[in-house]
Design a protein around this ligand. Structure first.
Ligand code: SAM
Length: 112
């Protein structure tokens, strides 16, 4: 895919951040319970990296398992929402297609 399409995608999510939860999860009233159960089952341990954390729907459950959680997203608007949900996580703004992780991680997590 051309680089310009990735930039369009980043812009798209930046504009969508404020409506994201309602449009992505609004029809799933038990989404939080389902996500919690899935993450509990995975038991992501150690130094955990979450890629494309969005509004933090998974982040807030990952942080309960991880010794340290680092969450990356390219949209500052998404990161601001995720930070409210998971204040104990470390957040980085980056385009993961043009990003070198600062270290190796024990667990790398990516979900929708
Ligand atoms: C479908 S949402 C999923 C968010 C979250 N993982 C969830 O399940 O609710 C996709 C996310 O990927 C982020 N994203 C898109 N392209 C990215 C890129 N190149 N680098 C980092 N994050 C990106 C968007 O900002 C958005 O938050």
């Amino acid at each position: 895919m051309p680089a310009s399409h990735w930039h369009e995608q980043i812009t798209y999510y930046r504009h969508r951040a404020g409506e994201y939860d309602a449009t992505a999860y609004g029809g799933l009233p038990d989404a939080d319970e389902v996500i919690a159960a899935l993450v509990d089952g995975l038991r992501p341990a150690g130094d955990v990296l979450e890629i494309a954390c969005g509004t933090g729907m998974w982040t807030r459950h990952l942080v309960a398992h991880a010794r340290k959680l680092t969450a990356v997203d390219s949209a500052p608007e998404m990161l601001a929402l995720a930070r409210c949900r998971a204040p104990d996580a470390t957040f980085l703004m980056a385009d993961v297609l043009d990003w070198t992780p600062p270290r190796r991680f024990d667990t790398v997590f990516f979900a929708f």
